[in-house]
Design a protein around this ligand. Structure first.
Ligand code: GDP
Ligand code: IMO
Ligand code: MG
Length: 433
């Protein structure tokens, strides 16, 4: 049975948590394949709201098993905190959550280096979440990372931490003028972590491939967004992993031939946290309105998100890179009350018009979005769960997106809660021949 991948189609925070939680009901396994606790995936039902950073968003469905794959960088403190929170809510976690033995660990020096480097870069800062993501992936690719499996051999673990810290402390001290970290305290903390994590650790690649062979359905949960991909995003203002579809294969060890559905999660407008180009950004009252109505404040850091119009040039690009088979449009309700809605269909650049998304920052900084203006609507659509109950203008907006992106819409979200969704065949907005 094949794999469905859920991928952020913009700069993250598109509502992946809500959609994965919803789709988890229909699958056997939900697996995170990249990123770390920089992610903040919000799940709401009734009056409860939960934010998950590392544990997959399928955990609130008792029949679903969750996997943290080898491509994720794991912060022990964050994962333990989440397991504790989910257990306290009355959900069984042990036996339902599996963590890859090959996943790399975020170490305290990764967080410290991330934050110190951001301060050092000053005006050129990326605006990272400060969760140690970049430095952890740097160590992974420099082949000096510490993996979950390393926790098993205490002597080897000690040697690895000591050797890593000799270098990291020197960098912290002499490059960044920051305080050094205490080696013994870190060894003690990670040995303690091993005791808690042991029941969850397994060879998740073998587990997932067995599950697929047994006909189980697997949902791969992307974190961040395609425009934050280290190769395909707005480099250098990106994260240090591959949120795009290839990251699913390398981050889980499932073959590309097992993937048969790639869902792009797309907010009905655009947001971005952190620095970097954002052609359709609105630094005016409309941008502030989107922020207020959409509660656009980071689920991980609480930072205000930058807001702007939907960018179809960027969406066509992320649809191309990922091969989106269908789209889930989220937060349509947030647009209610605007007289008109703009969507960027092309960019103007050096007196020319282009429909190509130039992911290189130098060009992207200089493009001028060219907009199509569509009618807005004023009827409150919060919680609407039938396509036909949407105002005409909202339906026209969705059809415009589908046609411009060249991808069908299969889900429409009209509120943060599970049931505030238009799903099934009636949500299907098809690309016109
Ligand atoms: P993720 O990182 O992609 O999972 O998204 P976040 O959880 O960081 O941010 C999405 C925010 O929008 C969360 O606060 C969700 O509860 C909320 N949300 C998701 N879908 C909808 C929707 O259709 N309408 C509204 N109003 N809020 C939504
Ligand atoms: P979810 O999964 C939005 C952004 C940061 C920063 C850049 C690099 O919730 O959609 P990092 O800490 O990864 O080195 O920061 O990436 N970023 C996100 N923005 N949603 C996320 O995750 C993000 N994870 C990282 O703000 O601009
Ligand atoms: Mg988020």
């Amino acid at each position: 049975m094949p794999v469905t991948v859920v991928i952020g189609g913009q700069w993250g925070d598109e509502g992946k948590g809500k959609i994965v939680d919803l789709l988890s009901e229909e699958v056997d396994v939900v697996a995170r394949y990249q990123g770390g606790a920089n992610a903040g995936h919000t799940i709401c039902w009734e009056d409860e709201t939960f934010v998950l950073h590392l544990v997959p968003s399928g955990i609130f469905h008792q029949g679903t098993t969750c996997v943290i794959g080898n491509g994720v960088v794991i912060d022990p403190a964050a994962v333990l905190e989440e397991i504790r929170m989910i257990t306290e809510l009355g959900y069984e976690v042990e036996g339902r959550l599996f963590i890859s033995h090959n996943a790399h660990l975020i170490m305290p020096y990764h967080k410290k280096l991330d934050q110190a480097r951001e301060r050092y870069r000053d005006a050129d800062a990326i605006g990272t979440t400060g969760r140690g993501i970049g430095p952890a992936y740097m160590d992974k690719f420099a082949r000096s990372g510490i993996r979950v499996v390393d926790l098993l051999d205490r002597d080897a673990l000690r040697r690895k931490i000591e050797s890593a810290m000799e270098e990291k402390n020197a960098i912290l001290r002499s490059v960044y003028g920051a305080d050094e970290l205490d080696v013994e305290a870190i060894i003690e903390e990670y040995v303690e972590f091993d005791r808690f994590i042991d029941p969850y650790v397994t060879d998740t690649t073998a587990y997932l491939n067995e599950a697929l062979k047994d006909g189980k359905r697997v949902l791969a949960e992307g974190a961040q967004g395609s425009l934050l991909d280290v190769d395909f995003g707005t480099y250098p203002y990106v994260t240090s992993s591959h949120p795009t579809v290839g990251g699913c294969c390398t981050g889980l060890g499932v073959p590309p031939t097992a993937i048969d559905r790639v869902i792009g999660i797309v907010k009905a407008y655009c947001t971005r946290v952190g620095n970097g180009p954002f052609p359709t950004e609105l630094e005016d009252a409309t941008g502030q309105r989107l922020r207020d109505v959409g509660h656009e404040y980071g689920a991980t850091t609480g930072r205000p998100r930058r807001c702007g119009w939907l960018d179809l040039v960027a969406l066509r690009y992320t649809a191309m890179v990922n091969g989106f088979t269908d789209l889930a449009i989220t937060k349509l309700d947030v647009l209610t009350g605007l007289d008109e809605l703009k969507v960027a269909t092309h960019y103007g650049y050096d007196d020319k018009e282009t429909s190509r998304f130039p992911s290189e920052t130098q060009t992207l900084d200089r493009v001028e979005p060219l907009y199509e203006t569509l009618d807005g609507w004023h009827d409150d659509i919060t919680g609407v769960d039938r396509f036909d109950d949407l105002p005409d203008a909202a339906r026209r907006y969705l059809r415009f997106i589908t046609d411009a992106a060249g991808v069908d819409i299969s889900l429409i979200s009209t509120g943060p809660k599970r049931d505030q969704t238009i799903a099934g065949d009636e949500a299907r907005v098809r690309v016109m021949g």
